[in-house]
Design a protein around this ligand. Sequence first.
Ligand SMILES: Cc1cc2nc3c(=O)[nH]c(=O)nc-3n(C[C@H](O)[C@H](O)[C@H](O)COP(=O)(O)OP(=O)(O)OC[C@H]3O[C@@H](n4cnc5c(N)ncnc54)[C@H](O)[C@@H]3O)c2cc1C
Length: 438
Amino acid sequence: MRITRLPGDDRANGWSAILPPRSPNPPLAGEVRADWVVVGAGYAGLGAARRLAELHPAARIALIEAGEAGENASGRNSGFAIDLPHNVGSSLDELDGSHRFMRRARFAIGELDRVIEAEGIACDWSADGKYHTAVSERGRREVLEPFARELEALGEPYEWIEGGALRAALGSPHFTAAIRTPGGRLMNPAALCRGLADSLPKNVTLYENSPVTAFENSNGVTLTTPDGSLRAPKMILAANGFAERFGAFRGRFLHLVAHASLTRPLTEAERARYGVTRPWGLTPANAFAGITMRHTNDHRILIRQGLSYCPSQRFPEAGRRAVARRHKRLFDARFPGLDAVEMAHTWSGFVCLSRNAAPGFGRVAPNIWAATCQNAVGVTKGTFGGILAADMASGEDNPLIADMESLGTPSPLPPRPFLDMGVRARFARELWRNRHEA
Ligand SMILES: Cc1cc2nc3c(=O)[nH]c(=O)nc-3n(C[C@H](O)[C@H](O)[C@H](O)COP(=O)(O)OP(=O)(O)OC[C@H]3O[C@@H](n4cnc5c(N)ncnc54)[C@H](O)[C@@H]3O)c2cc1C
């Protein structure tokens, strides 16, 4: 099977641009054999490769990545490791689903805590909590108040903040109210991915800049790259939305593009005017219309705004420049005293969703397991998906595997162009209905 669509890289990721340069590992060259191969070095592939190495210390494990660690969706996201569901729901079934998600997410955060500490990964990993904010009275009434009741039903701690206290915490008059939850982590995601990739156990070989251009599965898998080929009896597919190209979950993934910008660091004078010293992260009451923001440890502001349907998995350069201008306008509206602050970096990344929010997880052929389609929460879902795929492939008895399987598999999507029309109409409706939260 030829793999004709490969991941691109707009070379614009702000999170990696602010880090020191890194030398990638050499590409795959010649004919290589391994006991296991993992495709894709995002959170899912990095988690799977490390777990396989721990379970099989004598095995040769290959991790093949089309680009460079930290330059994929995993390295260009907003940097929230999320431990609570965005929408909890109040029925017993929904509360049970939330408890199970929290168990898996906290397992992933625990694993990341452990590796970051053991390997000394410098990625601004911090437990600063998260604000869930509403802009309008309607957002407060329709999203925050029910969310507060659901957190109470789950027995989860939270703080309700509004007025002057919220303005002082975020340094912006834009929000009416917020719920602050103490769990989760914030980080520079590119630094985390690089750190995870550069500290893999000795029996893992990471090949970067090695796009798989052909794939065969007969008596084991054979993967072809521009300079070599790799044979292995067993494979874990962690290629996110590109897994379809390997024949898995075809016609079941929705591809979206999301955009983010980072400002330059605020100057001393701007910081004095801004008045906030603590880093923070906020997610909006409505993910389509609203804006995710962060104040980073080095005093930059992140804006993550704009989510649209993008079946081509490519976003043009002219579009990126338009996004940068829009993010600057949004920044100015939120931080009136900081209008001299420019967006230093603007980039795009791809998100993979399924119609029923199920992950592309589990055994997809007798010798192939998948950890794909993280439904936009990939720091935790990708990490536990990768680890659990490795456990499943190794016959390990991990109770979280049954938990994952209970989520089902991605349901089929309607054929194009009906799909395109349906998704675009749904997105336009969501944006219109929630315009008060923009
Ligand atoms: C702007 C933005 C903000 C986001 N914010 C957050 C957030 O704050 N928190 C959160 O949890 N999630 C967030 N997400 C979503 C999150 O980034 C993804 O869900 C997560 O990174 C997916 O991880 P993954 O390992 O499954 O896939 P990826 O990180 O996409 O990794 C898959 C890898 O497979 C490789 N690959 C694909 N095809 C091939 C091939 N043929 N050969 C070799 N390699 C191949 C790709 O190069 C890629 O590196 C955000 C996403 C974006 C774009």
